[in-house]
Design a protein around this ligand. Structure first.
Ligand code: NI
Ligand code: MN
Length: 228
């Protein structure tokens, strides 16, 4: 068993049976769906960043500095963090997996653009990804920001719980996300990356209707948890 708590947008916390806390795409202070700042986040053992856009990365360095959590992301983003005072990092790349104490984690492809904003160092490009994590016999997939891609077919049968963006404009919208469900066939899907701002306003019930019988759609409100 594990618990996922959605903080709004693409930000969530995974808690394992053993009490390991894994924060994915930390975006708290400027996240309209999160009530508080990064200082209100309880703790983190690992921080996973799918890519360097501010709405996935803004609180990565502050949270890692405060908690000592290990940042797991692409080699470039981890190197950037380490240059900015983060002690613990584990750089990876798309398609590569690693066995961490909490389980096996693989970075998955995402079709998206990538940048990391550095204070006085300009802007760097990076390749965005997602995460496939095996936790205590269950499999969890956070796609990151992505378009619909046939690569998702490779995940079929490997995912118990999927978090997929449905906001449109920057990522898949409800129709493409429903087609992603058709390819991946997760048991349960939680829609994310929507209604944070007017440009990505969506009705998750429309997504639920499009998914139909293909998977169970769990619509969470920011702050709510789901056990899997
Ligand atoms: Ni993005
Ligand atoms: Mn985004």
């Amino acid at each position: 068993m594990a618990r996922v708590t959605w903080h709004g947008h693409a930000t969530c916390t995974l808690e394992t049976d053993q009490g390991t806390r894994i924060v994915i795409d930390p975006f708290f202070g400027d996240n309209p769906s999160f009530d508080g700042t990064v200082e209100d986040v309880e703790g983190a053992d690992y921080i996973l960043c799918s890519h360097g856009h501010f709405d996935h990365f803004a609180d990565c360095i502050p949270l890692a500095r405060r908690t000592g959590a290990t940042v797991v992301s692409t080699f470039e983003i981890v190197s950037f963090c380490q240059k900015h005072g983060v002690e613990n990092g584990h750089g990876m790349n798309i398609g590569g997996g690693h066995r961490f104490p909490f389980g096996y984690l693989k970075m998955t492809p995402a079709i998206h653009t990538g940048s990391v904003e550095g204070d006085e160092e300009g802007v760097f490009t990076t390749t965005p990804g997602g995460f496939l994590i095996e936790l205590g016999g269950k499999s969890f997939y956070h796609s990151g920001d992505t378009a619909l891609t046939r690569d998702m077919e490779l995940l079929r049968g490997q995912v118990d719980l999927a978090l997929l963006p449905i906001g449109d404009n920057f990522t898949m919208g409800p129709r493409d996300a429903a087609r992603a469900v058709e390819m991946i066939r997760p048991k349960v899907v939680i829609p994310i990356h929507y209604s944070t701002w007017p440009v990505i306003e969506q009705d998750p019930e429309e997504f639920r209707g499009l998914v139909g019988d293909l998977a169970r759609v769990e619509v969470l409100h920011p702050g709510e948890s789901y056990d899997f």
